[in-house]
Design a protein around this ligand. Structure first.
Ligand code: PLP
Length: 461
């Protein structure tokens, strides 16, 4: 809302435009067939509204683009590194900043430094690259989401919270010596972009403190999380977003971040911490894998764009619009009869496909069927997070285990699409709703040995 009561339009105006091509239904049909009915294989130029991910897809501002021209490409100690360091210290309060080329590189450096094959790393929910980096070392990643977090239909203001009781039991069970850190993902991406409360972060720190277990935050969507705290948590309504961010991170000993999300850049990330000897050890690995510690796999210009992006990320009007845009999109979809995950999270709307297409069994990939229908009907690209992405084979019985939730995610890139684009998507859904009982499942014709969702091929049944 604006102060005159009118709904808030985009809080920016457009200076550069990128045309998007139109395709015909016949073209889309042929493109989809050539891509093996997997939207990952569709050329981006043939997509009309691309909601595949919010990662690295943000539009940079005029200030960021002018920052690009201010890149100091000195190998060591470029001006932009100091600007980034100053910004991160001011926003997050951490002493040491190690730039990396993206989030998973930060995770790699962190876990290669602190974890061993017998380590146990608890979290609310590890993001898949975090889990993969932990498991790659032979260590164990454990998720302790609150029970409300797994129910798609009930409302809870902070469904991303970690279950403190289960963490406490876990520490007793395995012993604090095998837990090098505890991780907290804000907002909880794998759990539907749901926020974590300040109370939960503070209590987690209190729980870990007597055991000397450092708390690290996976901070990819730190600004959206701060906005939800302001909006929903008692006592924070009058705080500024930078004040909330500062308090959130005051309970942490460090963070890893992909700035391709809230950081509003197309590439970048960092690790930050207050632990001196850990920073020293990680800097040595950074040189080995990413580059000299003042650029860490990025160009000077990228560091500048990142420093500016982080400041823009905590702008309250930007966040108010962002969160309202995603929420309104979700509510309009619900309004035309699409079952969406509740409450609507920060960066995406998730569709509950089991409720939407109950006539297609999981063995026939209903989520994938919906992503193909969205492309054919409207040139829209979404991502399946269901049977294709998460089916497991029980190692003992050899039985196929389907995931509990069959979801399709519509991620909204930051500052890229206008309200009219999202209304268009709602219209396309309204058409699909009318004929949803005619949608058919798919048969898989090729799958890779791991991460099959990226390259799997299908044919319609
Ligand atoms: C995207 C993401 C990462 C990984 O970052 P990349 O830049 O894609 O390597 C880690 N954690 C969360 C929560 C994310 O959303």
């Amino acid at each position: 809302m604006t102060d005159n009561g009118a709904p808030m339009p985009e809080p920016y105006k457009i200076k550069v435009v990128e045309p998007i091509a139109a395709t015909t239904r016949e073209e889309r049909q042929a493109i989809l067939e050539a891509a093996g009915y997997n939207v990952f294989g569709i050329p981006a130029e043939k997509v009309f509204v691309d909601l595949l991910t919010d990662s690295g897809t943000s539009a940079m501002s005029d200030r960021q683009w002018s920052g690009i021209m201010m890149g100091d490409e000195a190998y060591a100690c470029s001006r932009n590194f100091y600007r980034l360091t100053e910004t991160v210290q001011r926003l997050f309060g951490f002493k040491h900043i190690l730039p990396t080329h993206q989030g998973r590189a930060a995770e790699h450096i962190l876990f290669a430094t602190i974890a061993h094959s017998d380590s146990q790393i608890p979290s609310n929910t590890h993001f898949d690259t975090t889990r993969a980096n932990i498991e790659h070392i032979g260590a164990t990643a454990v998720d302790f989401m609150i029970p409300e977090g797994t129910d798609p239909e009930t409302y809870h203001p902070f469904k991303g919270n970690i279950d403190l009781e289960r963490v406490e039991e876990f520490i007793k069970e395995v012993g604090p010596e095998v837990i090098p850190i505890c991780m907290l993902t804000v907002t909880n991406n794998a759990g539907g972009g749901q926020p974590v409360s300040m109370e939960n972060i503070r209590s987690l720190k209190e729980l870990l403190r007597p055991h000397n277990i450092p708390l690290f935050i996976d901070a990819c969507r730190f600004a959206e999380n701060a906005y939800f705290i302001k909006e929903r948590e008692a006592g924070y309504g009058t705080h500024t977003i930078p004040e909330i961010v500062r308090e959130m991170f005051s309970y942490a000993d460090g963070c890893t971040i992909s700035t391709k999300k809230d950081g509003l850049v197309n590439i970048g990330g960092f690790i930050a911490t207050n632990i001196d000897d850990l920073a020293e050890a990680m800097r040595n690995l950074l040189i080995l894998y990413e580059g000299f510690p003042t650029y860490g796999g990025l160009a000077g210009r990228d560091l500048e764009a990142m420093a500016i992006g982080l400041e823009e990320a905590v702008d309250e009007r930007h966040l108010a619009y962002r969160v309202a845009q995603v929420r309104m999109f979700g509510e309009k979809l619900a309004g035309v009869g699409v079952p969406v995950l509740q409450p609507i999270g920060g960066h995406a709307v998730y569709i509950d496909v089991k409720r939407f297409l109950p006539h297609i069994p999981q063995s026939k990939f209903p989520g994938q069927a919906l992503t193909t229908a969205l492309y054919i009907e409207g040139g829209i690209r979404a991502v399946e997070l269901g049977t294709v992405a998460f089916t497991k084979v029980d190692p003992e019985t050899g039985e196929t285990v389907y995931p509990l939730l069959e979801l399709v995610r519509l991620a909204v890139p930051r500052r890229v699409y206008t309200q009219a684009h999202l209304d268009y998507v709602v219209q396309v859904f309204a058409e699909i709703v009318k004929r949803k009982d005619e949608l058919r499942g798919l048969r898989m014709t090729y799958e890779a040995p791991f991460l099959r969702h990226f390259t799997a091929r299908f044919e319609p049944i």
